[in-house]
Design a protein around this ligand. Structure first.
Ligand SMILES: Cc1cc2nc3c(=O)[nH]c(=O)nc-3n(C[C@H](O)[C@H](O)[C@H](O)COP(=O)(O)OP(=O)(O)OC[C@H]3O[C@@H](n4cnc5c(N)ncnc54)[C@H](O)[C@@H]3O)c2cc1C
Length: 391
């Protein structure tokens, strides 16, 4: 807890007991269960199945599902602190948590009582493993409302056809939230479906050979006349796009926290290296350029953290915080990119070796500017909000 305690003590921000418990649980788990295997999982691209199962037992797969529904019942601040802690040790595990928690929160917000009994209850009990959120397609990501996967009503149920792409933990998820077109063009023609693992007609594609976050099990999902009973429709027909957006603000805070966790890990490695490594008879930390780099990184990581904290607290008051969640995600992911790059430089040749943690962090950080809304999309959201407010 050293980092979080330092940040909070300086701010005078008190944590609630629930926030402290979830943050401490995540940090302890990360230290004892995630750290040792993170480099090997990255090298082999091995999905952290046992670790995710254990995180499910601890309630971290359903952090924001209310306790009455069997979840951990934490708020967005608690979620942010937990995500930061997990990502400091293993970004792949953190992104699996992010997509699973997103899917669980959507089920909790939009499922009927019967659907919750069928999927949410076993999920929070850890019986379904992780969950996936399947919106992006080969032909569209940023412009998600242009999706072309269809769900056709066949009299007694739905028939899904099409493909999803880049689906985190798609090969391991117990269920997928799949967004498909049931009606006309545009956002209003999209509906959301629950597709269980192993449903006939659901074909899991090959795993992507990614630059970073290599253990997060990213796959394509193909729907080949995949038949679903009528009660697999989540929420109203045509409400799918609004359902997807309903949890994305909170998701962005999660990715901001993930980015900060990555950056903190790189910064800690860089700080230690600056003290240990000598050149020209002095530790690197004695050179003014090293000190400036460390100062810039510290300031940017703290600024990112404060933006994420502001967004999380606004969400916890019921505010949609569209601009603030986008600012947090944009700034934190870009700051993390700058921090990991500087820390590779500070390590010299070692920073370029697979034996050095900053090499993995450098690769892991890059995608945070792409998924859950690219940096450009975040800028569009921020600008749209500020122009709307100033009109
Ligand atoms: C490792 C990984 C995991 C992922 N996990 C998931 C997941 O679990 N579920 C899921 O649904 N998706 C997931 N994604 C998909 C991700 O959300 C998309 O890749 C992302 O939204 C960008 O979409 P795209 O790849 O289609 O790029 P495009 O939308 O084609 O964008 C290409 C470029 O054009 C820019 N651009 C696009 N439109 C505009 C505009 N209007 N103005 C300015 N610039 C623009 C973009 O910012 C980007 O730089 C994942 C992606 C990756 C890489």
């Amino acid at each position: 807890m050293a980092t979080i305690e330092r940040k909070l003590a300086r701010l005078g921000v008190p944590l609630t007991e629930e926030q402290l418990i979830i943050a401490t649980t995540a940090r302890t788990f990360a230290t004892w269960r995630l750290a040792a295997g993170a480099a090997e999982r990255d090298r082999d691209g091995t999905f952290p199945s046992a670790e995710i199962h254990a995180l499910g037992d601890l309630g971290l797969l359903a952090m924001k599902v209310p306790s009455e529904e069997g979840g951990a019942g934490t708020d967005n601040v608690g979620y942010m602190l937990a995500m930061e802690a997990i990502a400091e040790t293993c970004a792949s595990t953190a992104v699996v948590l992010a997509s699973s928690n997103l899917a669980a929160k959507i089920l909790s917000m939009h499922a009927s009582a019967a659907q919750k009994a069928r999927w949410l209850r076993p999920y929070v009990e850890g019986k379904l493993g992780p969950a996936s959120f399947a919106l992006s397609e080969p032909g569209c990501g940023s412009d998600a409302a242009a999706l072309t996967t269809t769900a056709r009503w066949a009299g007694d149920g739905w028939v899904l056809s099409g493909s999803k792409m880049w689906i985190t933990s798609g090969a391991h998820a117990g269920f997928h939230l799949v967004f498909a077109r049931t009606d006309g063009a545009g956002a209003g023609g999209i509906s959301c479906f629950v597709v269980e693992r192993g449903t006939p007609g659901l074909v899991v594609g090959k795993e992507e050979d990614k630059m970073g976050q290599r253990a997060s099990g990213t796959v394509a999902l193909h729907f080949d006349d995949c038949r679903l009973p009528h009660d697999h429709l989540l929420g109203e027909r045509g409400a799918g796009y609004a359902i997807a957006l309903s949890a994305l603000g909170a998701g962005r805070v999660g990715i901001a926290a993930l980015s900060i966790g990555l950056g903190e890990a790189a910064f800690a490695a860089g700080l230690a290296h600056a003290r240990d490594r000598h050149a020209f008879g002095r530790p690197l930390a004695d050179f003014q350029n090293t000190q400036f780099v460390l100062a810039d990184c510290r300031g940017e990581l703290d600024a990112a953290w404060l933006l994420a904290l502001r967004a999380a607290r606004l969400l916890d008051t019921g505010d949609k915080a569209a601009a603030e969640t986008s600012m947090a995600k944009l700034f934190a992911s870009e700051a993390a990119g700058r921090v990991v790059d500087r820390m590779v430089q500070l390590h010299g040749g070692m920073g370029y070796s697979r034996e050095c943690i900053v090499e993995r962090l450098y690769r892991d950080a890059r995608v945070t500017r792409i998924y859950e809304g690219t940096s450009e999309v975040q800028r569009l959201v921020i600008a749209r909000e500020l122009l709307r407010e100033s009109a």
